[in-house]
Design a protein around this ligand. Structure first.
Ligand SMILES: Cc1ncc(COP(=O)(O)O)c(C=O)c1O
Length: 362
């Protein structure tokens, strides 16, 4: 007899220790490998935040503030909402888990576009709810088909805007029409992990959409533009009843003292953030244009990554990149997602891509 494990676990991948970028570099005899696989910031935390992190470390013999009072207050100010409209969590992914725990159970359905962020199906599966993936159309959310898929068992919908891994973003008029079509008792999560990189004025600010709708929750993170992926801070802005439910299901102390202090300091460093975002956005255009020049289909991206629609060439391309010390993220049979890194990292990627993909056709 073995221990009874939940059947749903059978379908899930377990995270196991694997080869790090340093291991890959060592195997290849390189000083370092370039990791462009997780949409992290290439630049570290914002410059003024490092000292705050060091100072906060001196206090980690104490438990963190469970209510994250200072951070919640700072986020409420940042988002122009009240503190009862903000919940923080251990990254956006921690908040997904809280949202699912607060809203769904077995028999309920959770809708999302596919392909989208790979964590959605994992956590929906763990929650016991049924996942309803709706295929992307032209690499972007097919909001009409998603609205048509909503029915009486639908409890939650994820809209990833911009979408990971394609980088595409839905426009305000389309998203508003979609939200108007969704019943008020279905919670719509607008996942804006890449919001800071959005430059297209037609892409809506989720906070504005949430302001008039009690069934919308906006998720943002300090992991991407703010460069705090390793510290794990995400936040949710929604109506007070949703926020209260999120706080009830939060594991105690999931956002550390250091993470809270770093997030508060990062929010106060708006100019430093802007500079970083501008640099990333400029590099994003350069990388996307260069890839298109090689004949690759790269959809317009509003995030800090580009999507190469390589179909069945996705895995061979990523494997060849890795053999040259470049770690990118393939999705088998579909495409490859490449994070926009620092200029020299992007140069290295573009030179490998040119080598592998050859001159443009014709
Ligand atoms: C769409 C999306 N949401 C959330 C996350 C994860 O954010 P966090 O680090 O806050 O858990 C990612 C990370 O890749 C993402 O792509």
């Amino acid at each position: 007899m073995s221990v009874h494990l939940r059947p749903v676990l059978g379908g899930l991948k377990a995270y196991k220790p694997g080869r790090s970028p340093a291991d890959i570099a060592r195997e290849l005899g390189l000083d370092a490998a370039v990791k462009l696989a997780s949409n992290e910031s290439a630049y570290g935390p914002l410059p003024s935040v490092l000292d705050v992190i060091a100072a906060a470390a001196a206090g980690i013999n104490r438990y963190p503030d469970m209510a994250a009072t200072e951070l919640t207050t700072a986020l409420a100010k940042h988002c122009a909402v009240s503190t009862d409209q903000v919940a923080i969590g251990c990254g956006s992914v921690g908040l997904y888990q809280q949202l699912l725990a607060a809203v769904v159970g077995p028999g309920d359905e959770v809708l999302y576009a596919w392909r989208s962020f790979e964590v959605y199906p994992i956590l929906v599966g763990l929650s016991g709810a049924t996942a309803v993936p709706v295929p992307l159309r032209d690499a972007t959310h097919d909001l009409e088909t998603m609205a048509a898929a909503v029915h009486d068992r639908t409890r939650m919908i994820f809209v990833c805007n911009p979408n990971n891994p394609t980088g595409t973003a839905v426009h305000a008029a389309d998203l508003e029409r979609f939200l108007d079509a969704v019943p008020d008792d279905v919670l719509v999560i607008i996942d804006e992990a890449y919001r800071e990189f959005v430059t297209d004025p037609d892409v809506p600010d989720g906070l504005e959409l949430a302001a008039g709708r009690d069934n919308v929750a906006v998720l943002r993170t300090m992991s991407k533009a703010y460069g705090l992926a390793g510290l794990r801070v995400g936040y949710c802005v929604s109506a007070p009843p949703v926020i209260e439910a999120l706080r009830k299901v939060q594991l105690p102390f999931t956002v550390s003292t250091v993470a809270q202090a770093a997030a508060v300091a990062s929010l106060a460093a708006g100019d430093e953030l802007l500079e970083r975002v501008r640099a990333t956005v400029a590099e994003r255009s350069r990388v996307a244009d260069a890839l298109r020049g090689l004949g690759v289909d790269v959809p317009a991206t509003e995030a800090n990554f580009v999507w190469l629609s390589l179909g069945s060439d996705a895995v061979p391309f990523a494997t060849s990149c890795e053999q040259r010390g470049l770690i990118v993220r393939p999705f088998d049979g579909d495409g490859v997602r490449v994070t926009v890194g620092a200029p020299e990292e992007n140069d290295r990627f573009l030179s490998v891509a040119a080598d592998l993909l050859g001159p443009p056709p014709g």
